[in-house]
Design a protein around this ligand. Structure first.
Ligand code: ADP
Length: 723
């Protein structure tokens, strides 16, 4: 019997849980991992060959249209990662494939541009114009640039090409990244740094899965230490690839410059703001194994590395590693999964590690490396509390006497102050003094924030924007709308009136809208052109300002309100990060923290400098209720077109919850943001013991209910947002 047609299953970057089968035409070769074009309904689509089928199909299958030859096949470890990650986050594998195929053009040969260069031949006829062109044509240039450089018309260049005195050369528009050099001089490490670096280097050289927590106070040199691990990976293997994940807002020029200084070349960068050309280049070079160091935001985890030898997750506790839209995932957790699959080393670095990571370190799953001191003379700041119940600010003001005095002293000493307030705009709430109405976004349960610099009212959840009305939209009273409590713009107003002559600037996502403007502002601060910087959480991360000696936290309690699972933990982490900005060089720093809740554990233990006691306290709270890291959590968010429909289907969904040992389901309850973009939301919270496969439980639950298309259900494993 002749052999039947060869069949391959192809995963498509669509919300599909399984690959589809296709026939391979005679003579076509497409081993697993190949990128192929296949028909899907009336369209053609690019997918990845997931497997070869040995059992023939009894259905008539469509044929693979084309193999995309220039693209290196997706490595097996990457395919395994996509499958396992999809199961873990309860999403269709096709959606995760889509996240790893973020550049269609990267699959093709890199585009080239045609340049011209002198061929060395002398044209028969020489003119002064021709001479000028040839004098400029020693290095490849585009015809237009060459004509411009020589100050002649393009006709002269063309004529020289025809005469053979110029010739055309091709240059790739996506050149490979340059090779990093691990042997460039590093800083002399302190004993403590060296001990940590030695452990990490040994991990890397084992070429097996090894996880370490690099737990060091702010400024202790964690970056310098993990640079040594990167150098080791590059040294051990001429094809090793290293991925460094950073929170998006930490991904700045300053960070990439440090890589350049250490390894002699800029790393490949991957982040959401990168244009399609930059993405195409990075994707292709990563897939080809030529990009050796990739520095990126969370989505860089989904690039198709060929030979990943080390993953660094810097600021591993950062909440921005959790993606909340589309596929809901936590990049730190998936990075650990990927390191497992790739059999490589992973380093989680933080000054304030998450409780989950600390639990893994104390159980011995991760090697716990500590850096307890800043190198050299730099010291950690003193942290003092300003109890607002005892010494409140005057009415209409937000800076209490204790902080105001410290600002005065700092200005007098010609040093810099940073005031931290994690609220954009002028006022986070706009109220009508006549009728009490609070202005809300039309389709969302959230207050509108007043922005004075732009004169707008903005919903920070959805981006809805409107002019501030002259009259209350509810009762019609004129001039009655008033902003309640402060944002950074209002704080700046107070600072301007109270500290006359001080140079004040605001750093928030509204005032710095591009990487360039951020860089300029940081440079002004570094250069001493700013006396008081007022900022949102953008200022909390990574910047070193040598003359910054005072950090004032205007409202330490902001993050404690609302009280979700991690409120205390996050407040502690954020405030410690912010306070850590003070006193980096040889000047001692201090932080003053304004609070109405000085006795809350997050704040009192922060002031006492007792991180271990805070962690013990938090751990105990979570242990008592079986929350992470002592159990697992999952969330189900159901969204429908009307409140009635939401109630009806939430009830149906709730009664379909499978019974399972060690699992508790709470809900449904209206979500704290009960209406978002016109959709009515209900939530379930699911808690399970650690040994339960909660992902499988949630997926099975969702399978049980056939919902109408107008009702959507999102599953969230290890939720970070409880809104
Ligand atoms: P972290 O990542 O822990 O906040 P960094 O690695 O950014 O710390 O180090 C903080 C500062 O101290 C940086 O400017 C860094 O160059 C410097 N530094 C770190 N280690 C050393 C060292 N051994 N010798 C000199 N300077 C160091």
């Amino acid at each position: 019997m002749p052999p039947g047609p060869r069949i391959v299953s192809v995963l498509l970057p669509q919300p599909l849980p399984e690959p589809f089968d296709y026939e391979l035409p005679e003579g076509m070769n497409a081993p697993p991992g190949s990128f192929v074009v296949v028909p899907l309904g009336p369209r053609e689509m690019i997918g990845v060959v997931w497997a070869e089928r040995s059992v023939p199909s009894n259905r008539k299958l469509k044929a693979v249209a084309e193999v995309i030859a220039p693209a290196p096949p997706m490595p097996p470890a990457m395919r395994t990662f996509i499958e396992r990650a999809a199961k873990y986050v309860c999403a269709p594998a096709g959606n995760l494939l889509a996240m790893s195929m973020r550049s269609r053009e990267a699959l093709e040969e890199p585009p080239v541009e045609l340049l011209v260069i002198a061929s060395g031949e002398t044209p028969e006829r020489m003119t002064p114009a021709r001479e000028k062109v040839l004098a400029e044509a020693g290095a490849p240039l585009s015809s237009a640039d060459l004509a411009r450089a020589a100050g002649v018309s393009s006709g002269v260049v063309k004529a020289l090409l025809d005469a053979g005195a110029l010739m055309q050369v091709e240059r790739s528009l996506d050149p490979p990244f340059e090779e990093p050099d691990p042997e460039r001089p590093a800083r002399d490490l302190t004993e403590e740094q060296k001990a940590a670096a030695d452990v990490l280097k040994a991990h890397v050289s084992e070429r097996a899965y090894k996880a370490a927590l690099l737990d060091g106070v702010t400024g202790s040199g964690k970056t310098e230490v993990y640079f040594e691990a990167i150098a080791q990976a590059l040294r051990d293997d001429p094809e090793a690839q290293v991925l460094v994940l950073l929170p998006e807002i930490a991904l700045t020029q300053a960070v990439t410059s440090r890589f350049e200084e250490r390894f002699g070349v800029v790393p490949a960068e991957w982040h959401s703001a990168a244009g399609s050309k930059a993405r195409r280049r990075v994707w292709r070079e990563v897939a080809a194994g030529r990009a050796r160091i990739v520095v990126g935001a969370r989505s860089a985890l989904f690039l198709p590395y060929r030979n990943l030898r080390l993953i660094i997750v810097d600021e591993e506790h950062d909440a921005s590693y959790k993606q909340e839209e589309g596929v809901i995932y936590h990049a730190r957790d998936l990075a650990v999964m990927r390191a497992h699959i790739e059999s490589c080393a992973i380093v989680l670095a933080s000054a304030t590690p998450s409780l989950e990571t600390l639990a893994n370190a104390s159980s011995g799953k991760y090697t716990h490396l500590r850096l307890s001191a800043r190198p050299g003379v730099s010291r950690l700041p003193e942290i003092a509390l300003a109890d607002l119940r005892e010494q409140p600010p005057e009415t209409g003001r937000w800076i209490a006497p204790q902080l105001a005095k410290a600002i005065e002293e700092t200005l007098a000493a010609k040093e810099q102050a940073l005031l931290f307030l994690n609220r954009r705009g002028y006022a986070p709430l706009v109220l009508c003094r006549a009728c009490g109405e609070r202005l809300k976004a039309p389709d969302t349960d959230s207050w509108l924030t007043e922005h004075r610099y732009s004169g707008m009212l903005i919903c920070h959840l959805t981006g809805f924007t409107m002019q501030k009305p002259l009259a209350c939209p509810h009762c019609g009273a004129k001039g009655s709308l008033t902003g309640v409590s402060p944002g950074v713009e209002r704080l700046a107003e107070e600072v301007h009136t109270r500290f006359k002559g001080a140079r004040v600037e605001v750093l928030s996502s509204d005032t710095v809208t591009s990487p360039d403007s951020l860089r300029e502002l940081i440079a002004r601060m570094e250069g001493g052109a700013i006396d008081i910087l007022i900022g949102t959480q953008i200022v909390a991360k990574g910047h070193n300002f040598p003359a910054l000696t005072l950090v004032g936290v205007v409202d330490a309690d902001a993050g404690l309100r609302g009280g979700d699972l991690r409120a205390g933990e996050r407040t502690f982490q954020l405030l410690l990060q912010v306070a850590g900005r003070a006193g980096r060089a040889d000047k001692p720093g201090r932080a003053i923290i304004q609070t109405y809740a000085p006795e809350s554990p997050a704040i009192s233990l922060l002031a006492a400098g007792d991180r271990d006691a805070f962690i013990e306290h938090e751990m105990e709270q979570r242990r008592q209720v079986g929350f992470p890291p002592f159990g697992r959590l999952g969330a189900v968010i159901l969204a429908a077109g009307s409140s009635e429909q939401a109630n009806e289907w939430a009830a149906a969904f709730g009664s379909a919850a499978p019974n399972a040992a060690g699992v508790e389901v709470w809900g449904p309850a209206p979500a704290p943001i009960a209406v978002l973009r016109g959709r009515h939301r209900r939530r379930f919270l699911v808690r399970s013991d650690r040994n339960v496969d909660l992902s499988a439980y949630l997926s099975a639950w969702k399978e049980r209910v056939k919902l109408p298309p107008s009702v959507r259900v999102a599953l969230d494993v290890e939720p970070y947002s409880f809104m």
